[in-house]
Design a protein. Structure first.
Ligand code: ADP
Ligand code: MG
Length: 258
């Protein structure tokens, strides 16, 4: 057995998050191991976006803990007590994760190439020539090498999302988080983005993917996590998840969506 297969990259323990009276995460536990692809499924409002946003340190949490490569996220020990990290330290931890949003979030006034090289050059201090070479290699991989000098508005939604994925990979993250990366795309553009994600998975990238794409979850994910009302209801290997759902809630969810 590959020893890497059981190394946790991300551990989430008892994670809690409320917005006022609205409890979004009610004690979430899950682990993502090295090179694993974990799909997160569940009805709208079940807490999927909140979960990945908390992991990516975009939302403060109310309880529980998250670890990336064994390091506590968002908190540090000070005189024997835990306290929230400074913004600068949070930004440092965030750089070890890549996030791909439903709305690609590219900078409209920059070229595709600059969108990808900006963070490596400015933040990670990679020499410009090296950052550009790497960006071109990634654009090649997502099938957009000829669009390096284009601006986002000149691209289709599917092409923009492929650029956003290349941008996330360019920072060499330990884990990539996707929040419904194909939900804002016209149906004919969904597959080109899923194909890029599938290719990434085969390179051994560790990935958490919130998605409604059942075929992707079934065929590409190693594990599927079903959330409802801020809880993890089932967390199983993908094949079992679809073949023999245990809870009635997952059974009816799968019936509705397939
Ligand atoms: P999902 O991504 O599964 O659709 P969300 O994580 O977006 O679910 O939302 C989970 C719950 O938290 C919902 O009840 C939602 O209304 C609430 N929620 C999410 N974000 C906010 C916010 N910024 N302010 C208030 N409530 C929020
Ligand atoms: Mg969501």
């Amino acid at each position: 057995m590959n020893p890497q297969a059981t190394t946790p990259v991300l551990e989430v323990v008892g994670l809690r998050k409320a917005f006022g009276d609205q409890v979004a995460l009610d004690g979430i536990d899950f682990t993502v191991n090295e090179s694993e692809v974990v799909a997160i499924l569940g009805p709208s409002g079940s807490g999927k976006s909140t979960l990945v946003r908390c992991v990516d340190l975009l939302e403060p949490v109310d309880g529980g803990a998250m670890y990336l490569d064994g390091h506590l996220l968002g908190f540090e020990t000070h005189r024997g007590h835990l306290r929230p990290m400074s913004d600068a330290d949070i930004q440092r931890q965030r750089r070890r994760m890549g996030m791909v949003f439903q709305q690609f979030n590219l900078f409209p006034h920059w070229t595709v190439l600059r969108n990808i090289t900006e963070a490596p050059i400015r933040v990670h201090k990679v020499p410009a020539a090296q950052a550009r070479a790497r960006a071109m290699e990634l654009l090649e991989r997502v099938g957009l090498a000829d669009k390096a000098q284009a601006h986002p508005r000149q691209l289709s939604g599917g092409q923009q999302q492929r650029v956003a994925i290349a941008r996330a990979v360019a920072a060499n993250p330990r884990i990539l988080l996707f929040d419904e990366p194909t939900s804002s795309l016209d149906p004919e553009l969904v597959n080109e983005v899923l194909q890029v994600m599938k290719d990434l998975a085969t390179t051994g990238m560790t990935m958490v993917v919130v998605t409604h794409e059942m075929e992707f979850a079934r065929n590409v994910a190693d594990r599927c996590v079903f959330m409802a009302d801020g809880y993890v209801i089932e967390d199983r290997p993908a094949q079992e998840f679809f073949r023999s759902p245990r809870s009635t809630r997952l059974q009816s969810f799968l019936q509705r969506t397939s």
